[in-house]
Design a binder for this molecule. Structure first.
Ligand SMILES: [Zn+2]
Length: 163
């Protein structure tokens, strides 16, 4: 996988099925001139503690809760999540990524590789998170294709299974 940094860091890691799916998705993107980069995957509990604390320090707890998970609640701790980005947004994780060719391609194709855009635009009241076009989560192909094609959230999908 491509990363915009070279250090050997834990955030390069994912669980194996997710990592393999991500590699396959990057390869498919390459063939269409889509220049995706992985920015941040696995995060330990300790890392999330210090990250969240730094956000609270900077923006206050209310704001931090909207864009960052509390320790123990981050999907990055699961090893199933990766934040992806592209050179067009200088490898940043921001809403502009959703408007780049990479962001659009990702939203259109990630379901076929088992990934979902975990926090979609307009679903903030369901996910309790702001729109994050860069944050993808591996849920397997079947669930991902359903979620992405129906433009629903993981919460709504899980709910629909119990109906
Ligand atoms: Zn993320």
């Amino acid at each position: 996988m491509r990363f915009p940094f070279t250090e050997d860091l834990p955030k390069k890691l994912m669980r194996k099925p997710a990592a393999e799916a991500l590699a396959a998705m990057f390869a498919a993107g390459d063939e269409e001139g889509i220049n995706l980069y992985a920015q941040s995957g696995y995060r330990s509990y300790e890392t999330q503690v210090s990250l969240f604390a730094s956000y609270v320090e900077r923006d206050g707890i209310e704001a931090a809760n909207k864009y960052s998970a509390r320790p123990g609640e981050s999907e990055h701790q699961s090893g199933l999540t990766m934040d992806v980005t592209s050179p067009d947004v200088s490898f940043l994780l921001n809403e502009d990524f959703g408007e780049t060719p990479e962001g659009k391609w990702l939203a259109e194709h990630c379901g076929d590789f088992g990934f979902i855009i975990r926090y979609p635009n307009g679903k903030e009241s369901i996910t309790q998170y702001q729109y994050e076009p860069w944050h993808i989560r591996y849920v397997g192909k079947k669930a991902a294709q359903t979620i992405m094609s129906q433009q629903i959230t993981l919460e709504e999908y899980v709910e629909s299974l119990s109906e």
